[in-house]
Design a protein around this ligand. Sequence first.
Ligand code: ATP
Ligand code: MG
Length: 388
Amino acid sequence: MKQILLLKCGELILKGLNRGKFEEKLCSTLRRRLKNIGEYDVRCSQSTVYVEPKGDTPIEPAIDVCQKVFGVVSVCLMAVCEKDMDDICRVGKEYLKDVLESARSFRVTAKRADKRFPVKSPEIGVMVGGYLQDCYSHLRPDMENYDVNVEVNIREDHAYIGAVRLPGAGGMPTGTNGRGMLLLSGGIDSPVAGWCMAKRGIDLSAVHFFSYPYTSEEAKQKVLDLAAILGKWSGKLTVSVVPFTHIQEEIRDKCHEDYFTLVMRRMMMRIAQETAKIQNCGCLITGESLGQVASQTMEALACTNAVCTEVPVFRPLIGMDKEEIITISRRIGAFETSILPYEDCCTVFTPKHPQTKPKLENVIRQEQKLDVDALVKEALDGVERITL
Ligand code: ATP
Ligand code: MG
């Protein structure tokens, strides 16, 4: 029996004249990702994407891939039928045998995208429901509390029947909202922040500040692993690894301890901003969350933000609790890697009494002890770009 995946695309419908462009982006992302696992035909019609295996390519592996593509709201596994009520009933009976035998209650919902089909949706539901109940007499029809929802979909070329609808990643297709530079550390928050913005259609690049030998090669590898996990959702991504040791040593040697973190964060933002410009990224993305640590109070964020004069900084986690962030981290498959015990450059030279209500002029006064431009240039010259 021939099976197909029907993908529902969410907000694309809202995009008016741009819809075609959005659908094309979505389909090209799907084609690129599916190419890695087998041969599939991908096409879009009436806001639904069809994913059809070619030859003896199995359909099951494609489900997981499609669930990770932004812009897909749900993934429905269905059997292909002729546009004929008898064939729909016959295929349904056979295709859904296992699920219906092990269920106690069911309902049928029908959708008729092709209005030329002579039977209207409610009647299709009644006819298919009645037929299946005759075949599986233990089944109780129940429109509210059903074990199985049988879906029938009448579309222009074929009809489809199935009972498996899985959630997609939602959001908008990658690349439909420009490019963004993610400040990626080895922690829990920044991969989640990247994922949240990629979900809104941003094509990600990442920058990582690396303080060898204060932080180890393992710590760097952990960041690259996290980037690879993110890439399963957002597509291939480049990590710019910035040598940060000299900057941190300069700060340690020349600035007042209470300001270490703030001066460091402003240096990160400056370098990230330059890296963003070089790579055509229109925003920075961080995993900051209000009040989580001393450098994330409103006053501290204002000091950090003051150096970002050329691109906006998106902080999608700003209003989230750690628990909420961890839930997303688990869902995207990053959590187990994020909690591996490798140090981050933020934990090198941490002040005992960090400023929680810093004044910008004081931070600037500390910074004047450094040759900021030269340090930024030196760091940018030493960037190592790794594409995953
Ligand atoms: P995370 O869990 O993402 O490490 P955090 O709670 O530890 O975040 P901070 O260490 O203050 O918070 O960092 C805040 C944000 O700054 C991070 O979410 C990340 O976007 C960025 N950042 C911190 N350290 C680095 C680094 N070494 N390289 C790149 N970005 C970093
Ligand atoms: Mg961190």
